[in-house]
Ligand binder design. Structure first.
Ligand code: OGA
Ligand code: NI
Length: 299
């Protein structure tokens, strides 16, 4: 277990500072007093439980993911596997446009996902504004998430109890987007990789949200923030349900360090690329690969 930074959003002044420090040291932090109602989270959790309890052939009618839809065991198109089943959807504000493709997702589930993703989007935009304010760089980050064309997605992961000990539920990786917002039920398994390379278990807290720096934010801060490597290990007693909002920029957005953040003479550590190019490259890689590697300037 590691004491990850806990950010109390009701204390606005210290929150900003803490968030930026956490992004530099861990690429990860926990948020409390976030303002998202317990009822909303509970409704989503209950709809998700209902969905995963459907007979396999019903769930399979909403899969396999391409890239959106229901997936089981397989993660991505390059042979990665995990001890989980999941639902991956676009988190576009008009989430319902995907409905015709996924007939086994019930109307109430769609509605509550729409409400939840819009609440979490607002929460993320607020946190990104805090970061920008603390760094003195306007609203460069939140506008990417608030944009109609923002390429954000939403994932619900279900890890059944696993009879074998310490199996990997979801292999180590970093999230490619700007920032991810994770919430899970009260079951253990989530781990982050610390700066010294060791793995630390994160205590589950179903009332909190966990924020993870993604590859895109690492580039936009020219390496000041590090995208955090994380993974899920299974447990043999409890099933685990997690829901993750991945805040991504529009596809055509050029990903590069924010000018006003750079010191005089500082050069970008990365080649220029668009979010669409990065996604394509990430899609061709395996889960655990350091996907930013090939965009480093000296490579
Ligand atoms: C992910 C992820 C963690 C979890 O889906 O990218 O890191 O707890 N999930 O399911
Ligand atoms: Ni992840």
């Amino acid at each position: 277990m590691v004491d990850i930074p806990v950010v109390d959003l009701s204390d606005a002044i210290s929150a900003k500072k803490l968030i930026v420090e956490a992004c530099k040291e861990f690429g990860f932090f926990k948020v409390i007093n976030h303002g998202i109602s317990r009822e909303l989270v509970a409704m989503l959790e209950s709809e998700a439980v209902n969905f995963f309890a459907l007979p396999q052939h019903e769930k399979d009618r909403s899969g396999p993911p391409s890239p959106f839809g229901y997936g089981n065991t397989r993660i991505g198109p390059n042979g990665d596997t995990g001890w989980l089943e999941y639902l991956l959807l676009s988190a576009h504000p008009k989430l319902m446009f995907q409905k015709p493709h996924f007939s086994t997702i019930s109307e109430p589930f769609w509605l509550v996902m729409g409400e939840y993703t819009s609440a979490v989007r607002q929460l993320l935009m607020g946190v990104l504004d805090d970061i920008c304010e603390e760094l003195g760089i306007g609203t460069a980050l939140s506008r990417l998430i608030g944009d109609e064309r923002s390429d954000s997605c939403f994932r619900v992961n279900h890890y059944p109890p696993c009879p074998a000990l310490n199996k990997i539920g979801f292999g180590e990786h970093t999230d490619p987007q700007i920032m991810s917002v994770l919430r899970s039920c009260d079951a253990p398994g989530f781990q982050i990789c610390l700066k010294n390379g060791s793995w630390a278990s994160v205590q589950s807290d179903p009332n909190a949200f966990y924020f993870a720096v993604g590859d895109t934010l690492q580039v936009m801060t020219n390496g000041r923030f590090k995208s955090v490597k994380h993974r899920v290990v299974t447990n043999c007693i409890k099933s685990r349900l997690s829901m993750i909002y991945f805040g991504g920029p529009p596809l055509t957005e050029k990903i590069r360090p924010i000018c006003s953040l750079m010191e005089e003479g500082e050069e970008s550590m990365y080649k220029k690329f668009t979010w669409s190019e990065y996604k394509k490259s990430a899609y061709k890689s395996i889960l655990g690969e350091d996907r930013l590697q090939r965009f480093h300037k000296n490579k």
